[in-house]
Design a protein. Structure first.
Length: 180
């Protein structure tokens, strides 16, 4: 990579680590809330109804917001039965095609989930127990998917640059892809 070119590694690593830290902290909070509910239910016979609702919405955020950094770090399951039979050039072409298709599909899903979130907001839908606007929890889906699309877009850009010969294979700064 040239000195004048912007390196994506550092900001992407920091973003990925920050998101991972936030989702990890949310998992910890979820665990503590469930533990609190179990203890209150078992010892005092006072179940905490808000815990079920709140932890459900936390899980949506954890899953959808965590997909982008997981993709970036190569943590998603890959089926490489076909790709292992291809040479490096064809593997890159296939990866570019699948990333492009994935970005298009994610774009459609992001749009639809955002429309659904707006509809919930306009209709004034409220949660059943805590009575807060449900669109707040629903918003985590398009936000998380947008993060996923961002990380996929960066991977697409890097693959495209390597294909065009503007960047060498190892200079992208992307974490190694793992096959699982």
């Amino acid at each position: 990579m040239n000195e004048n070119e912007f390196s994506w590694r550092s900001p992407l690593e920091r973003l990925s680590e920050a998101i991972t830290l936030v989702t990890g902290a949310t998992v910890l909070v979820t665990t503590l809330l469930i533990t609190f509910d179990v203890l209150m239910r078992y010892f005092l016979n006072q179940p905490q109804l808000f815990v079920d609702e709140l932890t459900s919405f936390f899980l949506v955020g954890i899953i959808f917001v965590g997909t982008g950094p997981t993709f970036y770090r190569g943590g998603h399951i890959r089926v490489d039965l076909v790709t292992n039979c291809l040479g490096p050039k064809n593997q890159r072409r296939l990866r570019i095609i699948t990333l492009a298709v994935g970005l298009v599909l994610l774009g459609i899903i992001i749009r639809e989930t955002f429309i659904s979130t707006l509809a919930a907001s306009r209709m004034g839908r409220m949660s059943a127990v805590m009575l807060y606007p449900i669109w707040i929890a629903m918003l985590w889906v398009p936000i998380g998917l947008t993060l996923m699309a961002f990380f996929m877009g960066v991977s697409f850009y890097r693959e495209w640059r390597v294909k065009k010969g503007k960047e060498s294979e190892g200079s992208s700064g992307e974490p190694p892809r793992s096959s699982r």
